[in-house]
Design a protein around this ligand. Structure first.
Ligand SMILES: NC(=O)c1ccc[n+]([C@@H]2O[C@H](COP(=O)([O-])OP(=O)(O)OC[C@H]3O[C@@H](n4cnc5c(N)ncnc54)[C@H](O)[C@@H]3O)[C@@H](O)[C@H]2O)c1
Length: 353
């Protein structure tokens, strides 16, 4: 298939694009390049070989000839949503809907939307399936819920959106992120010797490795239309719905000499939910997700050691989305809606310190 991946220069895209190509698909990317230079161990191809493109400006003409669009592009976590709710809505909702409408107008038949289990929000103690009500507790979660509802209105005989509600991701990527829990705790443990919890460790988190996310997207891409048309799937493994303190314990065991500490006065985190993944398993019995959190922690530890990750890296804008965006905003390289203000390459995060 000819596939366009938006947000291909991000954390998941850097793993998913080679994964889809290895399965024989022809894949192009589209990205505004917010995280150019934020690389671990080499990084993706420099954006220099392709002009940055904002998905809010994409037209149907640019999407002609594709069989599918995979929409990863987003402001992709809760702290970014808190920084500026309007920017999060502009990118995650308006941008997604613009690409989807352009895809539909261009005759692209499939649209795989990277949604998130965070749209379930504070869902309580029962594991939630796809029919559960959405209770997003952040702007980011709200945009994912609203985007799904609006995309569903575009679904018809010629256009099949699918909503892949990913659990919180983990795993090594050349466009590493340290603002997600497994990656974060492993990095702190390695660079400071402490596995430090900012919440009391009781919240439940569903987790999934980024290669397994890529595996699920590939399966949806290649499945018959009637199986995936206007359907939502939670993406993850029931074995990897764990409490944050379990993750901390796995990290402590994997990082020699590290100790576990809980921040004084820490309470529980609002984001607390268990997720049921049986629809994914029942619909796609051939799909075998292969990673465990423990294996992922070991992979990360190894990648960080090879890169020589330091406490300075950890505190810099290199691997933390919010800090990088604040850097770009401060230098006027993007405006308040996070639109690029230059056609040239952004300076890397270290050059801007
Ligand atoms: N990482 C997770 O834990 C997780 C969990 C569930 C869902 N998701 C979803 O998966 C997708 C990918 O996540 P990620 O972790 O790779 O995010 P990321 O922030 O690493 O990458 C997102 C990419 O989108 C690009 N982008 C942002 N705004 C754009 C715009 N207006 N036009 C074009 N490109 C733009 C950025 O430059 C970046 O390369 C997101 O939609 C995210 O919400 C991620």
């Amino acid at each position: 298939m000819r596939v366009l991946v938006t947000g291909d220069r991000g954390y998941i895209g850097a793993v998913m694009v080679p994964f889809l190509r290895a399965a024989g698909h022809s894949v192009d990317g589209l990205d505004t390049g917010l995280y150019e230079g934020c690389d671990l161990l080499g990084g993706p191809d420099p954006i220099g070989d392709r002009a940055p493109r904002d998905m809010r400006d994409v037209t149907a003409r640019e999407l002609e000839g594709y069989d599918a669009v995979v929409c990863l592009a987003a402001l992709s976590n809760d702290p970014l949503g808190n920084l500026d709710k309007a920017a999060t809505y502009s990118v995650n909702l308006d941008g997604t809907l613009n690409v989807a409408q352009a895809a539909k107008d261009a005759g692209v038949e499939r649209f795989l939307f990277a949604s998130s289990c965070s749209l379930y929000g504070a869902a309580g103690s029962e594991a939630v399936g796809e029919d559960a009500e959405m209770f997003p507790v952040t702007a980011y979660g709200e945009t994912k819920a609203l985007a799904e509802q609006e995309l569903s209105k575009l679904a018809d005989d010629t256009f099949s959106p699918t909503y892949l509600r990913n659990a919180t991701a983990y795993g090594a990527s050349t466009r590493l992120r340290l603002d997600i829990v497994v990656n974060n705790l492993t990095a702190i443990a390695l660079t400071s010797g402490q596995v430090r919890l900012e919440s009391d460790g009781t919240p439940w988190r569903p987790l999934v490795h980024i290669e397994d996310i890529s595996r699920a997207f590939l399966t949806v891409l290649e499945s018959p239309r009637d199986v995936i048309h206007d359907e939502a799937f939670n993406v993850g493994r029931s074995e990897d719905v764990v409490q944050v303190r379990d993750i901390a314990e796995m990290v402590r065991e994997a990082v020699p000499g590290s100790t576990l500490s809980i921040a004084e006065g820490a309470g529980p985190d609002l984001r607390n939910y268990k997720v049921d993944f049986s629809k994914l398993n029942d619909t796609f019995p051939e799909l075998q997700l292969q990673w465990t959190v423990r294996k992922g922690v070991e992979e990360l530890y190894d990648a960080y050691q090879r890169h020589g990750l330091t406490l300075d890296d950890f505190n810099s804008a290199q691997f933390v989305r919010l800090r990088r965006i604040q850097q770009l905003l401060g230098a006027g390289l993007v405006d308040g809606q996070l639109r690029r203000q230059t056609d040239g390459q952004f300076p890397g995060p270290k050059e801007m310190q």
